[in-house]
Design a protein around this ligand. Structure first.
Ligand SMILES: Nc1ncnc2c1ncn2[C@@H]1O[C@H](COP(=O)(O)OP(=O)(O)O)[C@@H](O)[C@H]1O
Ligand SMILES: O=C(O)C[C@@H](O)[C@H](O)C(=O)COP(=O)(O)O
Length: 326
């Protein structure tokens, strides 16, 4: 049984949350202390997913707040160049800045990100800036967990979810846990659980589900999915890095997705590229096994490249990789 989407909707996906700046180390395979130059890309998990979706041919929109400066302008211009609707991206008027993510590539397997997110504009998105008439036009509302970290963004996202559920819009919750802006593990677990239980699809790594369940050790996938299926969830995706990923259905069916090995330049970007291609496959009516392949292939392509957003692949690139590895 596959998820169904209202095909009469104008947008395939509307994402809500941060659109920020990635600054990826040019001198890599060394500590960031030794990196002297960076390349600037648009970043922010929901923005990356919207960009990836648009590159795959989906009609994508975005709800978010931008800094009123050159960074905000760069983000908006880039997303418009990628044919994302930015009519519901608003500029901050209180001097809040764009989120900056500096990336460190110590080695292909050892990467870390340094996020500057204090008082960032995206967390000041207000409920009055969330438009029901916009959200109702979408097949999917993509919610990023980090947007729940602080008010007023938190309430804006909860309102967006209410609008989605009222208007036959599927809610996809990408857990996207970034500890930097949360006050406590307990608070994170409360809001992650609340939103996951409201969502039609939940996507995350095993570690992120452990955060949602406030566990000190690795949790059990079966227990995770059984809890979520007692609520509104129709599909649970649990990612395990290079070990692959699983898609769980309420009837007990489990689908396994293998990672496609590649020459890794950096490990970040995997999750956002995975999500955009996985959702592309779902929205275009492919089965879950194919959706897992699309997600894994997209991630494999992006981890072999320098950026997350700019590196998002086309359908042809994904299908070619799947064919080559079959
Ligand atoms: N080193 C890698 N090589 C190839 N594919 C990878 C690699 N790391 C991750 N992937 C793919 O990307 C998916 C998501 O990666 P994962 O690390 O689980 O999520 P996130 O990037 O959100 O932390 C994995 O299930 C796998 O298919
Ligand atoms: O989400 C962010 O703010 C940072 C991203 O822009 C960055 O590209 C990244 O870390 C993506 O990693 P992923 O979650 O593995 O896709």
């Amino acid at each position: 049984m596959s998820l169904t989407f209202n095909q009469d909707k104008e947008f395939d996906i509307i994402a809500i949350g941060r659109a920020a700046i990635d600054l990826n180390a040019n001198e890599y395979n060394r500590p960031m202390e030794e990196t002297m130059t960076f390349t600037k890309y648009v970043g922010g998990s929901p923005a990356n997913i919207a960009i990836g979706s648009s590159k795959l041919g989906l009609k994508a929109g975005f709800i978010g707040k931008l800094s009123k400066d050159q960074h905000g302008n760069f983000i908006k211009q880039y997303m418009e160049e990628k044919e994302i609707d930015t009519s519901n991206m608003v500029y901050d008027t209180e001097g809040h800045k764009a989120g900056l993510t500096f990336t460190e590539i110590l080695s292909p397997e050892e990467c870390s990100i340094l996020m500057y997110r204090d008082q960032v504009a995206d967390l000041y998105l207000d409920s009055t800036e969330v438009n029901e008439d916009y959200i109702k036009k979408a097949k999917i509302l993509l919610v990023s967990g980090t947007a729940l970290a602080q008010s007023p963004s938190r309430e804006a996202v909860l309102l967006a979810i209410q609008y989605a559920k009222k208007n036959d819009v599927k809610v996809i919750f990408e857990l996207d846990h970034r500890p930097y802006t949360w006050k406590s593990a307990e608070e994170t677990a409360v809001y992650y659980s609340l939103v996951a239980e409201l969502s039609d699809v939940v996507i995350g790594t095993r570690d992120e589900y452990d955060v949602m369940e406030n566990l000190d050790s690795e949790g059990d996938n079966e227990k995770t999915v059984q809890h979520l299926f007692q609520h509104n969830t129709e599909l649970v995706v649990i990612k395990h890095g290079v070990d692959g990923s699983y898609a769980y259905e309420p009837d007990g069916t489990v689908h396994k997705g293998e990672a496609y090995k590649t020459k890794v330049l950096k490990t970040f970007g995997a999750g956002d590229s995975y999500a955009s291609a996985f959702l592309y496959a779902l929205v275009t009516g492919k089965d879950y096994e194919t959706a897992l392949k699309f997600g894994s292939a997209s991630a494999s392509i992006v981890v072999s490249k320098h950026s997350s957003s700019e590196a998002m692949p086309t359908v042809e690139e994904i299908e070619q990789l799947i064919r080559e590895r079959s």
